[in-house]
Design a protein. Structure first.
Length: 422
């Protein structure tokens, strides 16, 4: 081994070289002529056709209307996208044309093997080095340029070694990706089971042998015969007034939307009450906060406020505050996560695109089946125990995914820089 002379690369095998990037790749700006397949750059799939991207993701990428401005990309080329400082440089899986905002890299020499650089350009340490050249321009809103790429040197083994490394990493990363995929599927299965369990329990109760009756409401269906039907507005205080807060020169918990997820709120942010009293939603200890905007509502962004600074909270205006009056708070917390409630709420949303919200009238007039006070507590206790166990299993699986992804990154770096030999 020898010192590469580049800090982030470290030591490399004696026969490997460190080469300036622009001696191995050049910036291609050849314009498309005629009808070409428009491509899109994706960290997930590499550079693929927009048609294929739509099939895979069921959503439309940004399209370039003037096709004559597109740059030619051949399969095997590399593309610097506006997100390369996050996920590296993408390889083109297909030929076509891409927006001129992107930089197309073509191999300048026959000494390079595409499969090797596919991994090198996605290695974590390379991305960090590339990021170090572009952070200022990203802040200023400028595009990533070829000169940024040229500032980061590349490692060049022999072409035979490049191919051996690429073939080895193809096999290893395919295996790791398969495990990650299966683990993510099991996470989704646990989430689906948790949702089904909550829905079944809050609408049917805990006794499978109880006599049922028709609720008379289509989306509720049958309920235990002794449960009552009532609108939420008769059991809650909706959007309690800020006038409850009489002292404003004290700290309170502040809740942006990103800190309200998966049935929990993160209370680590504090602000002065006087600074957030106007323009933000108010809640206090033990209130339920519920996201009202899409997709946060459908994703179950809801929590019971606990551990608030001075017992007071203010947060994003895109939440509702719900205070239990004649219903068990924890039972209501689970009842508002039931799938039919989400579906019905989504159908009442108003607004356009990502600004759609559920109206407060939907919450107030929503009818539910109501067990006795004793059974509400039993249901809440049962779901606390079950969902805590499921959440623990999900957390273990998520940790496994993180460790596998970390291992994959380490594996790629060690082999593309020669720390380990195939």
């Amino acid at each position: 081994m020898k010192d590469s002379g580049v800090e982030w690369i470290g030591e490399i095998p004696e026969n490997w070289e460190v080469i300036p990037s622009n001696l191995l790749f050049y910036n291609s700006s050849i314009k498309a002529v005629g009808d070409v397949e428009q491509l899109t750059a994706s960290q997930k799939y590499g550079v693929i056709s927009q048609k294929r991207y739509i099939q895979l993701e069921s959503q439309m990428p940004v399209q370039k209307i003037n096709l004559s401005d597109l740059k030619i990309v051949d399969a095997g080329d590399f593309v610097i996208s506006l997100r390369s400082f996050q996920g590296g440089i993408e390889i083109a899986q297909e030929s076509g044309g891409i927006t001129p905002a992107y930089t197309v890299l073509k191999e300048r020499t026959r000494n390079t093997y595409t499969g090797y650089f596919k991994y090198f350009f996605k290695s974590e340490m390379y991305i960090q080095a590339l990021r170090g050249t572009v952070l200022d321009t990203i802040r200023e809103g400028k595009a990533i340029r070829f000169n940024n790429f040229s500032m980061v040197p590349l490692v060049l083994p022999s072409q035979v070694e490049q191919k051996k490394i690429a073939d080895f990493l193809d096999e290893k990363t395919t295996h790791i990706d398969s495990i990650i995929s299966q683990t993510k599927k099991s996470i989704e299965a646990f989430k689906a089971y948790k949702q089904a369990l909550i829905t079944e329990t809050v609408t049917k109760g805990l006794n499978p042998d109880v006599k049922m009756r028709d609720s008379g409401i289509e989306w509720i269906g049958e309920i235990p015969e002794y449960w009552k039907i009532n609108k939420l507005k008769y059991m809650i205080e909706f959007e309690p007034p800020k006038s409850e807060v009489t002292v404003k020169n004290i700290e309170c918990t502040f809740l942006p939307m990103e800190k309200l997820k998966n049935g929990k709120m993160n209370t680590d942010t504090q602000k002065m009450v006087e600074d957030v009293y106007s323009g933000y939603s108010y809640f206090k200890e033990h209130d339920i906060v519920l996201a009202k905007v899409t997709p946060c509502f459908e994703n179950g962004n809801i929590a019971i406020a606990e551990g608030l600074t001075n017992g007071i909270g203010f947060g994003t205006s895109e939440i509702f505050t719900i205070r239990s009056k004649k219903i068990n708070t924890k039972f209501l917390f689970y009842r508002l996560q039931e799938q039919t409630f989400k579906n019905e709420g989504k159908s009442t949303m108003y607004g356009t695109g990502g600004l759609k919200r559920i109206p407060g009238s939907f919450i107030l007039n929503y009818k539910i089946g109501l067990p006795t006070n004793e059974e509400q507590q039993q249901i809440a206790d049962f779901l606390d125990e079950k969902t805590t166990h499921i959440d623990s299993l999900i957390a273990d699986k998520q940790k496994m995914v993180q460790e596998l992804e970390k291992y994959k990154k380490s594996l790629i770096y060690e082999y593309v820089t020669g720390k380990k030999e195939v």
